[in-house]
Design a binder for this molecule. Structure first.
Ligand code: GRF
Length: 216
């Protein structure tokens, strides 16, 4: 057992990935505690999921703020909770460099494609249009370039004849809900080592620390 890491989850929508994390926390399969759910959308269903699990929520809508000002405010709100790790779980905003640098190698994202294929929006539709036979999902560390950071875990999902975006999305989500908690656990165990654009997954005995140090 390692000490539970403090996780901030950033969302914009339905929150099925948030739910997978909350369920894994409750089942004791990850050594993590969700300390805050942050949303840029007041109506996000993810907020109701957080409330049901008695997790504090913060909402900051963009209004007319410029991106830097928004990110500064968002980062300050989140930092109050002393997170070890930030998880973008369907967080539909491109973050600024300053935001990323405030939490170096402590922000991960989940994307519904096998990166570097199909970054950006509508990844499932892109995969169908391109005609790939296998797509999937990826967890990665967040960098300033969208969906381009060092890859942590991936899971493949077959594309079936006559697939629709909805059917493919649902099939990919099943795998997202597995690799995201698994990624958080690897982080908690101190087993993720970033080397340039690659992530080494260390053997448990090689983990140099348990979880990430708190933010100063
Ligand atoms: C997921 O497909 C995730 O990969 C993408 O946005 C979607 C969020 O779904 N970034 P949910 O809100 O977790 O249900």
């Amino acid at each position: 057992m390692v000490r539970p890491i403090r996780v901030a989850v950033l969302v914009s929508g339905s929150g099925t990935n948030l739910q997978a994390i909350l369920d894994a926390v409750e089942a004791g399969t990850i050594d993590a505690k969700v300390v805050v759910v942050f949303s840029n959308k007041r109506g996000a269903h993810a907020l109701a999921r957080a409330a049901k699990h008695k997790v504090p929520c913060e909402v900051l809508e963009a209004d007319s703020k410029d991106r830097e000002a928004y990110d500064r405010e968002a980062a300050a709100l989140i930092a109050k909770y002393g997170p070890d790790l930030l998880v973008f779980a369907g967080y539909m905003r491109v973050v600024t460099k300053a935001f990323i640098e405030r939490f170096p190698d402590r922000i991960i994202n989940i994307h519904p494609a096998l990166l570097p294929a199909f970054p950006g929006m509508h990844a499932q539709a892109q995969a169908l249009e391109f005609g790939v036979k296998v797509t999937g999902c990826t967890t990665h560390f967040v960098r300033a370039e969208v969906d381009a950071g060092p890859i942590i875990l991936q899971a493949g999902v077959p594309v079936e004849e006559g697939d629709t975006v909805e059917a493919l999305t649902a099939r990919i989500l099943v795998e997202e809900h597995k690799i995201l908690p698994r990624t958080i656990q690897l982080f908690a165990e101190g087993r993720l080592k970033v080397e340039g654009r690659k992530v080494m997954i260390l053997h448990p005995e090689s983990a140099t620390h348990t979880g990430r140090p708190r933010q100063p």
